[in-house]
Design a protein around this ligand. Structure first.
Ligand code: ZN
Length: 605
């Protein structure tokens, strides 16, 4: 039956030096009135209209064995319609692929990579038809040793031929073609592979050992059986980069090569912990957002924005569990985990926009705000990742104090009712479920911290778990928080200008209500002189350390090409830098609660 006839795809490395893929899509029985083809405009996991069609260099169509040309024309930015013809109809596109991000496609002589949504057209009316895919191995001399890594189902283990049940499945298995390094481990009884592309040196034994513990812990959290037959971490190691995108049984990660574990490493370095947190985050998404989904994503409509006020839960709860999985699985110790939490609290405290935008609103407006940040974003926006993680932490700790369930139970219930069944989570569904499991109405909690802009009461909730939250002023531009003030830092109160200054002495952000804003300085201004002396990064540091709140400072700066003078009243630096410590004098019941939260292991780094 034509209803169920497969759509055939073929992707070939056309010219790696020109970064061109050629992609073909063949429909055996085109629609009578002319077959329409659409390309997604966004990719699940990254909530911005990206218009992948802008990288389609040209598109043509042909029919039958003769290859006779069929007219094809665009109907809108992402849609083409071929003239009526008898099948088979093949559309052929040349696609420019040179985006190193995890979202689209990349091709050069070292590597080919693609996310299906950026390269595969979907024939109208065939969204649910099965798909076949042939990846044509490159014949360029530089690429002959390439291998292929993907979790798409292979039609035949020896060739690069695959099949998918429908279009949605076709585009949810990114593909890496390169001479990647690979290692494997088992977790939950299923094979896990890591494929690492890019120049790097990595202790694969350490990497697979640590990832195996993190993955196993997450599998156990959700009941012990992975929801996929195999899992793949696609890792692109670069000099400087960071990003990840979740898929149903794989993830694409972009990381600094220095964040991969090196031979001889004892305690995990800060960079490696960052990498593990990223891998853990995307893996957790295999449950939370790839299967437990907001109802607005069931099914995905990739032709337009899909609005939900729940990204705080799908990203924030995931951000809470990504690092929690590291400590619960024993990959990092309690002290390191508390440092990570302290940094997360610091990030949110340094965002005045948290007092303006709720994380529910931040979720809804992700399409126009979170993914389109500008110089005023810190004053007007809050990250549903960063504050969402703190709300998840507060919810977990509150549930633990109440004593009936924990956030783990909420996640398992979400899995059973929504993830395993495919029923989307309605708006407000997580609030209702948490209240149901807690046995009391948590509406006030969600009204304040999710739908309102209050800071969650972390100090008291952490104290109830034997952890002390303290605040101090930042000790310098690179101070991310999480630790007490470094030894030797001035004990005297620090001061600030109320602006973030870049290495080029330009103001990147001017914080709402701060001294710089009150004096009339603006983002983009280039500092020239402070107190009549040429501006320099060291002078700013010295000012922060030795300035006195209330004194006035003459500041000269260029706005565009115009020199301007400002009179800034120096203010005391805000206490916006958090660090957490294990309370040594916690009574036994509090210690027991802490151990239950962090996992019952020795409290050392
Ligand atoms: Zn995420």
């Amino acid at each position: 039956m034509t209803e169920h006839a497969a759509t055939h795809y073929r992707i070939a490395v056309l010219d790696p030096a020109a970064h061109l893929f050629e992609v073909r899509c063949t429909v055996d029985t085109p629609a009578a009135g002319g077959q329409r083809f659409r390309l997604p405009r966004w990719v699940p996991g990254s909530y911005l209209i990206r218009e992948f069609a802008r990288h389609f260099v040209d598109v043509r169509a042909m029919t039958g064995a003769s290859g006779a040309a069929v007219p094809i024309a665009k109907e809108d930015a992402s849609t083409w319609r071929a003239a009526p013809c008898t099948g088979p109809l093949t559309v052929i596109a040349r696609i420019y692929a040179f985006d190193l991000s995890v979202r689209t496609a990349y091709l050069d002589t070292t590597r080919g990579y693609f996310n299906g949504g950026a390269v595969f057209l979907c024939p109208d009316g065939r969204e649910h038809a099965p798909c076949t895919l042939e990846i044509v191995p490159p014949d360029a001399a530089a690429c002959v040793r390439w291998r292929c890594a993907t979790t798409m189902t292979r039609a035949d283990p020896a060739t690069w031929r695959f099949h998918a049940a429908d279009y949605d499945e076709l585009i949810d298995h990114p593909v890496e073609l390169s001479e990647f390094a690979a290692c494997e481990f088992a977790a939950g009884g299923v094979p896990h592979q890591v494929a690492i592309t890019g120049r790097h040196a990595v202790d694969t034994g350490r990497l697979q050992r640590d990832l195996a513990r993190v993955c196993q812990w997450q599998i156990d959290l959700f009941g012990g059986t992975p929801p996929f037959p195999a899992y793949l971490f696609l890792v692109m190691a670069v000099g400087d980069g960071y990003g990840g995108l979740e898929h149903r049984s794989s993830t694409s990660l972009l990381c600094s090569r220095n964040s991969l574990p090196q031979a001889g490493m004892a305690e995990p370095t800060d960079d490696y912990v960052t990498f593990l947190g990223l891998a853990s985050h995307e893996y957790f998404h295999a449950w939370n957002v790839k299967r437990i989904k907001p109802a607005a994503f069931v099914p995905y409509d990739l032709s337009r924005e899909s609005y939900t006020r729940q990204l705080w839960a799908f990203e924030g709860i995931t951000s809470y569990y990504d690092d929690l999985a590291l400590v619960r699985s024993g990959v990092v110790g309690d002290v390191k985990f508390l440092e990570l939490l302290g940094r997360g609290i610091t990030t949110v405290l340094r965002t005045p926009g948290r007092l303006t935008q709720s994380i529910a609103d931040a979720s809804f407006d992700a399409w126009i705000k979170f993914y389109r940040q500008d110089e005023n974003s810190p004053n007007a926006l809050v990250s549903y990742y960063a504050k969402g993680a703190l709300v998840a932490l507060a919810l977990d700790l509150q549930l633990r104090v109440d004593g009936r369930v924990t956030l783990d139970d909420v996640m398992r219930a979400l899995w059973e009712r929504h993830g395993a069944t495919g029923v989307g989570v309605p708006e407000g569904g997580i609030e209702a479920l948490a209240s149901e499991l807690a046995g009391r109405d948590l509406g006030d909690f969600f009204a304040r911290y999710v739908h309102g802009t209050e800071d969650p009461p972390l100090a008291s909730l952490l104290a109830a778990h034997g952890v002390t939250l303290e605040l101090r002023a930042a000790a310098g531009a690179k101070d991310r928080g999480g630790k007490p003030a470094p030894a030797g830092a001035q004990a005297a109160p620090r001061t600030w200008l109320g602006a973030k200054v870049g290495g080029d002495l330009r103001l990147q952000h001017v914080y709402a209500g701060g001294p710089a804003e009150r004096a009339g300085l603006a983002a983009g201004d280039a500092l020239v002189a402070l107190g009549g002396i040429r501006a320099a990064a060291e002078a700013l540091d010295r000012l922060a350390e030795r300035g006195a709140a209330g004194t006035r400072l003459a500041v000269h700066a260029f706005r565009r090409d115009e020199l301007m003078a400002f009179d800034v009243e120096i203010a005391a630096a805000p206490l916006d830098t958090a660090f957490l410590t294990l309370a040594a004098d916690a009574p036994p019941d509090v210690r027991a609660r802490r151990a239950a939260w962090l996992g019952a292991r020795p409290a050392t780094a």
